[in-house]
Structure formats: C-alpha cells, structure tokens
Design a protein around this ligand. Structure first.
Ligand code: MD3
Ligand code: FE
Length: 218
C-alpha cells in the first residue's frame, strides 16, 4: 500500500520543496513560468503608485525602493511603520492586486501547507546594485497565523535568515529569479534581511531585483 504523504501538494512543486526552518519552505522556481506576467503586473502597479524611498521612524532613507498593491500597503515615516489603505504620495487607494499575484500567492501558500491564504497587501521592493535590507522582523500585521509569501524576480540576492532574536546566527540563502518562500509557523517572526545586491543584468528586469511579499495585514 502507498502512503499518500504528499497528497494535496502541487506535483510540480514537490522536487523543489526545501525546508529552511520550522514553518519556512523554499519553493525553488515556483514562479518561473509566471515571471514575465508578474513583472507586467508590477509595471502596471508602479504606473499608478510609483516606487519611493521611505523614511524610517529613526529618520533614515531606506535603500530599498517600495510600493504596494492590494487593499492595504506597508508604509513608514517619522511617525512609525503601519499598513494604510491609501498611498501617502497620491492620497489615492493602492492599486488593486493583479489576479495573477493573488493566485500565485495562494498556490505557493497551499504548497507550503497554508490552505486559504488570501493576502490583502503586497509590498513591492526594488533593489538596485548595492541596495540592502538590514535585519528586521515583520510584525506590523494584525495576525501572525498566516504566512508571508515572498517572490524573487530578476537579479539574484543573498537572503539572511536568522532566529527569533536579532543576535541569533543567520543562515545565508541565495534567492534567484522565480524562487518563492513561504514563511509561516515558528519562522514567521524570525529576523531576516538581504545582503547588498551585486551588479548585474537580468533579461526581464535589467539591473535590478524585484521582491514581492504577500501579507495578510488585517
Ligand atoms: C522571514 N523583504 O519586505 S523577502 C520585507 O527580499 C522583506 O525584499 C525581503 O523582508 C526582500 O519585509 C525578504 C523574505 C521574507 C519576508 C518576510 C519574512 C522573509 C521572512 C517574515 C518572517 C520571516
Ligand atoms: Fe521582512
């Protein structure tokens, strides 16, 4: 008799599922086939809500350029970090999340063991050569039961994945175009960051890396 250990998982995701920690699964190449479609969605969103360098509550300009789509967007200024329904630069609601974004995020979450993931926020991060993201936790969401799903597009980067304390030793995980990670369960509040992106050229994004993070903010 056969044990259906992987019943319900996407067959195509099976060979590439790599556990990183409790609750964190790397799906190598999961978004590869949708790369161009996702980047077309990014362009459409950015035409309505251009990338900008947010200011941290401490007064520093972030080296990552950001925008959002979906009902809520993550923003930062001198008064703090928060999710907001409107773009502070335009005063308008964030552009809607393209269907291809929602579908990919839900399929990845399902493959990672989270059925029914319906993100209400998608943060778009753009890294140019030298851009980095220092170690932090994502804790501005209302509920940590849902995972964060991240999609890497364009130039590669080295992702730093630590533990529940800032001082915990971080593992270095190379992420390339099309890689998707589902961060849930015990890993949801782990510290993480991105090392400075190296110069390069990608056929679909040119000289940059784009990262999409899908969140359930409320
Ligand atoms: C691990 N972005 O936007 S995605 C962020 O590549 C962020 O742009 C990075 O960290 C990027 O907040 C990393 C991977 C990621 C996202 C959220 C996590 C890893 C995570 C939450 C908990 C643990
Ligand atoms: Fe983060």
């Amino acid at each position: 008799m056969t044990l259906d250990l992987f019943e319900g998982l996407e067959e195509s995701a099976l060979p590439a599922m790599q556990p990183l920690a409790a609750g964190a699964v790397l799906l190598r190449g999961f978004a590869l086939a949708q790369g161009a479609q996702l980047l077309a969605g990014v362009e459409a969103v950015l035409a309505q809500a251009p990338l900008r360098h947010l200011i941290t509550p401490g007064g520093f300009r972030m080296s990552v350029a950001m925008s959002n789509c979906g009902a809520l967007g993550w923003v930062s200024d001198l008064s703090g970090y928060r999710y907001d329904a409107s773009d502070p630069d335009s005063g308008r609601p964030w552009p809607p999340m393209p269907a291809a974004f929602r579908e990919l995020a839900a399929a990845a979450a399902r493959a990672g063991g989270f059925e029914g993931f319906a993100p209400d926020a998608c943060l778009i991060n753009r890294y140019e050569a030298g851009t980095r993201l220092s170690l932090h936790q994502d804790r501005d969401e209302g509920n940590y039961d849902w995972p964060i799903v991240s999609v890497s597009l364009g130039l590669p980067a080295v992702f730093l994945f630590g533990g529940p304390k800032r001082s915990d030793k971080a593992q270095r995980v190379p992420l390339t175009h099309g890689d998707v990670v589902v961060w849930g369960g015990a890993s949801r509040l782990h510290y993480h960051g991105v090392l400075p992106v190296k110069e390069g050229e990608h056929p679909l994004t040119g000289a940059c890396r784009i990262n999409l993070t899908f969140r359930k903010a409320r």
